[in-house]
Design a protein around this ligand. Structure first.
Ligand SMILES: [Zn+2]
Length: 403
């Protein structure tokens, strides 16, 4: 059985995506300037991810694994998950994404069944739960990266509410009812009041934004950009409140962050590699034209202070691990100099993703070169994969933490 193969992911052309980063990685011409938002690698039903076998056949990764689950997943992962439990992606965020929260595993299972019982179709626009799984996420920045990540600590949030006139109305609620009361109020305010509060703020910051007088570390920058991105006549997006409530994080290239169930977040701008439990359960809280279910959102949102724990970039060490407190995935990267060699011993179905340079992979009778155009490979339990860097290279390695 072949235990190393070239892998082709699936491009997602969501309209917030950039037009050049992913096409350049994949060596795809993009004369129509279509948005290339995400590149998915995994067995999720939403990813038509294939591998190329030595006999020339291209098969779906999930079909290949399903035929020999024990041999390819390894017995531990087969037993625990009965499949490949994670999904790996490359993202190019040009326009900000919706504010979102992902449910815990326990709650996702309950709510998935509830929606089934209610007879809401899996692909209905008002369906919240697409599967029974949680979706913890870990991202590594491939460029300067901006995101919203959890509620600000109390003092900081209070200072923001005091500094921004449009937010004064929230001060008594926050003081009396804390994070939950604040967020509930922002999400449930009648639309006319949202408009009344936010219109003067927008009128003030849009000219500053257009004159490049706002910095990306300032909430005003993203609020102005949101106001220009999510335009619906007579209806200002209430997600703009959250831009001021949440931590605005700036990750430098190579830095990473983990986002657990219940932590509200939104990607604002930049390129990243992201690994998550194989799920598509998203509850939205604004900055979107998609379905918002406020009751479900509030139920899953951890209304508490978040002290961001940014995982530092590698300082030139050969191997860098990005810790995440979940058993669905583990991500590390290898920063190799030309000529350097490492050996990987996959414990399960693992993915190798090259974002820079050129490497040769070999296992038994299989040899694969990864470089721009062919950036990913799958390796399976029991293989011994030799990696030789032909130039300086950055290689990500996704697996599952099993003993
Ligand atoms: Zn998310």
């Amino acid at each position: 059985m072949q235990k190393l193969a070239l892998l082709k992911g699936e491009v997602k052309h969501y309209d917030w995506g950039g037009v050049s980063f992913i096409p350049a990685l994949l060596q795809i011409e993009n004369p129509q300037m279509k948005p290339f938002a995400e590149y998915w690698m995994g067995v999720h039903p939403g990813a038509g991810c294939t591998i190329r076998l030595n006999d020339g056949r291209e098969v779906l990764l999930r079909d290949y694994i399903q035929e020999h689950p024990e041999e390819l997943l390894g017995s531990a992962v087969k037993q625990l998950f009965n499949g490949m439990p994670y999904l790996l992606k490359v993202l190019d965020v040009r326009d900000m994404l919706s504010i979102q929260v992902h449910p815990s595993k326990e709650q996702a299972a309950i709510d998935f069944e509830l929606e089934n019982k209610k007879g809401i179709a899996l692909d209905a626009p008002d369906r919240n739960y697409k599967d029974k799984n949680h979706k913890p996420e870990l991202m590594v920045a491939l460029s300067e990266f901006y995101l919203l990540h959890g509620f600000k600590p109390e003092k900081e949030l209070l200072a923001t509410l005091q500094a921004v006139e449009a937010l004064h109305v929230f001060i008594p609620v926050f003081e009396k009812k804390g994070y939950k009361g604040l967020y509930k109020m922002a999400m449930e305010l009648p639309q006319e009041e949202v408009n009344e509060l936010l219109q003067p703020l927008i009128n003030r910051i849009i000219p500053l934004y257009q004159q490049n007088q706002l910095e990306k570390k300032s909430e005003d920058f993203w609020a102005a950009r949101a106001a220009q991105t999510f335009v619906q006549p007579g209806s200002i997006d209430r997600g703009i409140f959250s831009i001021y409530f949440f931590n605005v994080l700036h990750l430098k290239k190579g830095e990473a962050i983990f986002q657990d169930a219940g932590v509200p977040h939104a990607y604002l701008e930049g390129y990243n590699v992201e690994i998550m439990a194989s799920s598509d359960n998203v509850l939205r809280g604004g900055l979107t034209s998609k379905h918002i279910d406020t009751v479900e959102l509030l139920k899953h949102t951890k209304c508490e202070a978040t002290y961001p724990k940014i995982i530092k970039a590698s300082k030139g060490e050969k191997e860098k691990e990005y810790p995440a407190p979940v058993n669905d995935f583990r991500l590390n990267s290898y920063e190799l100099k030309a000529g350097e060699e490492i050996t990987i011993h996959p414990a399960t179905a693992e993915l190798l993703l090259l974002t820079n340079g050129k490497v040769a992979l070999s296992e038994a009778g299989t040899r694969i070169e990864l470089e721009r155009g062919n950036i990913a490979a799958a390796a399976f339990a029991g293989a011994t994969v030799k990696v030789v860097a032909e130039t300086a290279a950055l290689l990500f390695h996704a697996t599952v933490p099993v003993k």
